[in-house]
Design a protein around this ligand. Structure first.
Ligand code: S3P
Length: 171
């Protein structure tokens, strides 16, 4: 079995930043699913959503997740929607350990406010819409996660330290 560490959680929670911090501690390379898809397609995420639709993006995401999971141990920073699909949760469960990063809607709003690279947040950059989306997604995130880590008020280094303390015994 290839062993991967998956970081999942809502958009803007800091998965990519924490993944980089974790990389040095676990001596594993990092791949970000969004970056890998953008590179492979030669198009931005908003362009893929606009031209091909969300379903097409979700299929590419599942293909990428499987390919990355089957190609050696690594840290995989997952797009925020990956844990929504049972098929993806099964891939993650088969190939490693999944860490859920959690933040308050207020923290998320601060981080995504000026960003226009996330089509699903267009017109929803306010606390109540973000809180509603987080609630709707919670069961799937919880079904995917082996460990929950809160990021509110903590540095990426502190978060990575907590995850590194948990991961070695289960790998
Ligand atoms: C999405 C999250 C995004 C990106 C796409 C859809 C989602 O990734 O995959 O915009 O459905 O939560 P980040 O979580 O890295 O922002």
């Amino acid at each position: 079995m290839e062993t991967c560490v998956y970081l999942v959680g809502f958009m803007g929670v800091g998965k990519s930043t924490v993944a980089k911090e974790l990389s040095g501690r676990l001596h594993l390379p990092v791949v970000d699913t969004d970056e890998a898809i953008v590179k492979g397609e030669g198009r931005s995420i908003p362009e893929i959503f606009e031209r091909e639709g969300e379903e097409s993006f979700r299929r590419k995401e599942t293909e990428m997740l499987l390919e990355l999971s089957e190609s050696g141990a690594k840290i995989i920073s997952c797009g925020g929607g990956i844990a929504m699909r049972k098929e993806n949760r099964d891939i993650m469960a088969r190939h490693g350990v999944t860490i859920l990063l959690e933040a308050s809607p207020e923290t998320i709003l601060k981080r995504v406010k000026k960003d226009d690279n996330r089509p699903l947040l267009e017109g929803k950059k306010n606390v109540s819409d973000i809180a509603a989306m987080m609630e709707a997604r919670r069961p799937a995130y919880e079904a995917a996660a082996n460990l929950h880590v809160s990021v509110d008020g903590r540095t990426p280094a502190e978060i990575a330290e907590e995850i590194a303390g948990y991961v070695p015994p289960v790998l």
